[in-house]
Design a protein around this ligand. Sequence first.
Ligand code: Z5A
Length: 211
Amino acid sequence: GFDKCVKIWCSDELSSCDRAGKTTQATKLFEYLQSLGHPVKLWKFPERKTLIGQVIDEYLKKTRELDDKTIHLLFSANRWECMSTMKEDILNGTTLIVDRYAYSGLAFSAAKGLELEWCKYPDRGLLTPDIIFFTDLSSEDAAKRGGFGEERYENQSFQKKVRKIYLSLKDPTWKILDARQSISELHDQIEKMSLTIIQKCKELPLKEDLF
Ligand code: Z5A
C-alpha cells in the first residue's frame, strides 16, 4: 500500500492526437490507483466548466471564432487558472493524472503555423509532469475509430501535422506507446510505469519549471 503521509509529487500527462485513447487510459489508470487506496485525481484540459473554459468550448464547437493567438492564450490561461488547486493537491500527496495539458497547446497551435517558441512562452512555469504518456496513432487509424466528430481540428490532414509536431517535442519524460494495442495491453504498460514513477517521485521537490 501507499503511505498517505508521504508526499508524492507526481503528475502523469497523456498526450496524443484525437481518438488515440487518452480518456480511456486516463480513466483506467485513475480507477486502478484508486483501487490501491492511493490519493489520485483526474484532470482533463480544456477544463470547460470555467468562464475561460466556456469560451474554449464554444470555439471548439465552432459557435465562436477567435484568432489563433487569442485561443492559444486562452488554452494557457485555462491551465493557469487551475494551477493553485492542482498545486495544493500535489502538496497534499495526491497524484494527478492529466488528460491533455500544455503539449496539446503547443502541438495544435504550432500545427496552425504559430511559431513554437511563441507558443511555449505563456505555459512557462506551469507544474511539470513527471512522466508523459503519448499514445501514438496515425491519423488514418484514428479515423477508423468511429470517424471524426464535428469539433474543430477533427480532420485527418490537420491531425497528421499535429502528430508530427508532438513527435518532434519528445524528451526523456515521454513514453511513446503504440495506440493500436488493445486497451488492456496499453493499460498494463501505463500502470507499471506509473507505479515506478510514483515511487521515484516520493520526497522530490515540486517542479514548476515547464518549458
Ligand atoms: N487543444 C488545444 O488546441 N490546445 C490546448 O491547449 C488543449 C487542447 C489542452 C480538445 O479535445 C481539443 O482541444 C483537442 C485539442 C485541443 N482537439 N482535438 N482533436 P478533447 O480533449 O475534448 O477531445 P480529444 O482529446 O480529441 O479526445 P477524444 O476524441 O475523446 O480522444 P481520446 O481521449 O484520445 O480517445 P478516447 O475517448 O479514449 O477513445 C476514442 C475511441 O476509441 C472510443 O470509442 C474508445 O472506446 C476507442 N478506443 C480507445 N482505446 C482503444 C484501443 N486501444 N483500441 C481500440 N479502440 C480504442
